[in-house]
Design a protein around this ligand. Structure first.
Ligand code: GLN
Length: 483
């Protein structure tokens, strides 16, 4: 039963082949048996899950239906869950039980989804390897000596290991797409504003966006449907109707114009990944797509701009964690300044402290113009590159990452080496565009992702291209040995 996708689960529940309660019990047992190898969960919510599963079964018995009614999922541990620890992967929030549900959590619960637990993540979503978590590193089910990607590494490892069919995640600079690539999943970062950020603990507010991680595009469509929509509680939420994403999965790719940026195939890209990307291009050409070389000339400036803007916003967002109202408080503070200093010094890990310092520096009076303002100007140039490209093409395609998943610990001593791995993903966040990563093959037994980017609100187009690709390839069906 653990091999079933969300779409198959929905059919099985509708046909009364099994109940949500049965399925939930199977998956909880599987998590108990296998997760000790992976460390993909921070908290399990067995009681809540069984209660939600029974309620979903009762709703179905009363004639209700819905693709998510009774479907087991998990939430990245930065979505607030009422009365349940919401740690953000940090010692700072280890004792924090959220007083309310995030909009995403509430919407999915209302649709009947069953929450199995909260997944591990890089501390405050800062990282690309899930090694900065206070709760320890997550292992990649494809090779337990390798990282699963980050920051949504727990959600990715759990879904890839078939502990559950899908999970929520967030993407500030690639944290849905990069772990999807590293674990052979399909992951979608929606258009900025498509999914409510209310109750989603902020890292960099102008870049953060929640989205689905699943095995197939079809399942991403189902989960996104439950997550997306206007929310008056989020001032950056966009009041646009949400299309039927599953209905968008039957479009022909005949004549679809795919742009391949020449800058993507530069020296930093592993040539074996380049080969796999070219194979997926050929596959899409067979389906009728037309390939066009394009240019994104400002891409080279994106990493420095992102690593000014994201820490700047983080330094401001994280100032609320001061040991006073909630979160970690140091022992025996001598005075107010001592309380702040030690609570923050002891509560935040090294990567979070590094980013707070970089961000505070970039925003300080003497350096604001030189760093923050400059980075914002680059951000506009990156966006303009995309706008020009989308005048000529419908989709942009390239690798999700320059390298496959690295070994645990390999980049710990050099944070900049990890930052450079974000080169293909962060531009979509700077521009606010939707992006998807899907399985494209393997290098040394480790999965490789191909990334698709589309114009604003064209999530349906991304999902359709990925679905057509997945109808004609079987990379996404491969299962890691031992799981
Ligand atoms: N790796 C990037 C960072 O560390 C992106 C993380 C994310 O998307 N949350 O900032």
């Amino acid at each position: 039963m653990h091999q079933l996708t969300l779409a198959e689960i929905a059919r099985g529940l509708a046909d009364k082949k099994f109940s949500s309660e049965e399925l939930t019990k199977v998956l909880l047992a599987r998590i108990a048996q296998l997760d000790p190898q992976l460390n993909s969960f921070i908290s399990l919510t067995e009681d809540l899950a069984l209660q939600q599963a029974k309620a979903a079964d009762a709703r179905r018995a009363n004639g209700e239906s819905g693709a998510l009614l009774g479907a087991p999922i998990a939430h990245k541990d930065l979505f607030c869950t009422q009365g349940i620890r919401t740690s953000c992967g940090s010692k700072m929030l280890d004792n924090f039980k959220a007083p309310y549900d995030a909009t995403v959590v509430a919407k999915l619960a209302a649709a009947g989804a069953v929450t199995l637990g909260k997944t591990n993540m890089d501390e405050f979503a800062m990282g690309s390897a899930n090694e900065s978590s206070y709760y320890g590193a997550v292992k990649n089910p494809w090779n337990l000596e390798h990282v699963p990607g980050g920051s949504s590494g727990g959600s990715a490892a759990a879904v890839a290991a078939r502990l559950l069919p899908a999970a929520t995640a967030t993407d500030t600079g690639g944290s849905i797409r990069q772990p999807a690539a590293f674990t052979n999943l399909t992951g979608l970062k929606p258009t900025y504003g498509r999914v409510s950020r209310w109750g989603m603990i902020a890292y960099a507010s102008s870049l953060d966006q929640g989205g689905p991680l699943a095995r197939t595009a079809e399942d991403c469509a189902i989960l996104l449907q439950g997550m997306a929509g206007f929310d008056a509680n989020d001032s950056t939420s966009i009041d646009e109707p949400v299309p039927d994403y599953s209905a968008s999965l039957n479009g022909s790719l005949q004549g679809l114009r795919i742009g391949v940026p020449k800058e993507y195939f530069s020296a930093g890209l592993d040539p074996r990944i380049a080969d796999l990307i070219h194979n997926s291009i050929k596959e899409l050409e067979k389906l009728g797509a037309v390939i066009k070389e394009i240019s994104l000339p400002n891409m080279q400036h994106a990493i420095p701009a992102y690593y000014v803007i994201a820490p700047a916003e983080a330094s401001s967002n994280l100032s609320r964690f001061d040991g006073v109202r909630f979160g970690y408080r140091c022992e025996d503070p001598k005075n107010l300044i001592d309380l702040y200093k030690r609570s923050r010094g002891e509560g935040f890990g090294p990567e979070v402290q590094r980013r707070i310092m970089v961000g505070a520096y970039a925003l300080s009076a003497g350096y604001y113009d030189a760093y923050y303002l400059k980075a914002q100007k680059i951000r506009r140039l990156v966006k303009n590159d995309f706008m020009a490209a989308f005048n000529e093409v419908d989709i942009i395609l390239g690798p999700t990452t320059p390298n496959p998943a690295w070994k645990l610990g390999a980049k710990n001593s050099d944070p900049v080496a990890a930052y450079l791995e974000d080169v293909y993903t962060i531009t979509a966040n700077l521009a606010g565009l939707p992006g998807l990563s899907m399985p494209a093959g393997f290098v040394d037994g480790l999965p490789v992702g191909v990334q698709l980017l589309a114009p604003y609100f064209q999530e349906g187009r991304l999902l359709n291209v990925a679905h057509q690709y997945q109808l004609n390839t079987d990379w996404h069906t491969r299962t890691p040995t031992g799981f």
